[in-house]
Ligand binder design. Sequence first.
Ligand code: PLP
Length: 245
Amino acid sequence: MSGEKSIESNLRFVEDRIRAACERSGRNPSEVTLVAVSKTKPFSDILEARKAGAKEFGENYVQEMMEKIEEASNISDMANVKWHMIGHLQKNKVKYLIGNTALIHSVDSIALAEQIEKEAAKKDVVMRILLEVNVAEEESKWGFNTETVKDAGKEILAFPHVKVLGLMTSAPYTENPETNRLFFRDLNTLAHELYEDKLIADQDNDFKLPVLSMGMTGDYEVAVEEGATMVRVGTAIFGNRHYNV
Ligand SMILES: *Cc1c(COP(=O)(O)O)cnc(C)c1O
């Protein structure tokens, strides 16, 4: 508590930085959606962020996300928020997300997309997804690489209940965000190639296409300069995470 800034002032700070990055790169700030990443944080923090104007929340763990969605369902202020699944997803958890989640960012295998197709078909809905790309080819990270993502996009075209809106990446952790600039630029180029090839949807009521979900607390300003349409920011809004509570 002591010395920490409020969620509201943190949110204003991040929004200002996004606006400034847009100005530097000649972009319209309305092109960039801020997803507030609330994993490990209590529901009261989400409410506080909502009251301060946050409308989109990102979570990594299905059970935690479902508990929060359940809690939100009783609160009128939370009625119009969008929930984003951004963490690695196990196939057996997919069924919980369909119908509750605006966008699954972390689709990292064809088998996972196939499972989403199956569960979305059961509920007769179309699930919006992004394909996750491991831009730096890190051993520790999930995702397609820049080659396999195109083949994946082709296969997923055959799934009528899955709609690919764009690409997502988590760039390497770094003290110097400039070191991630070229990864972001590469993802942007790649997304536009897939879009040209019609492997990414060209129309959506809710999202500007192609979606480029990239940039976290350490590097979101550079990501915006390189074309991010969605940034996923946790720590800069909610403070450090404590995993062992
Ligand atoms: C936790 C997480 C974030 C947010 O990270 P911060 O550095 O706290 O902003 C963004 N994206 C993914 C995939 C995450 O797991």
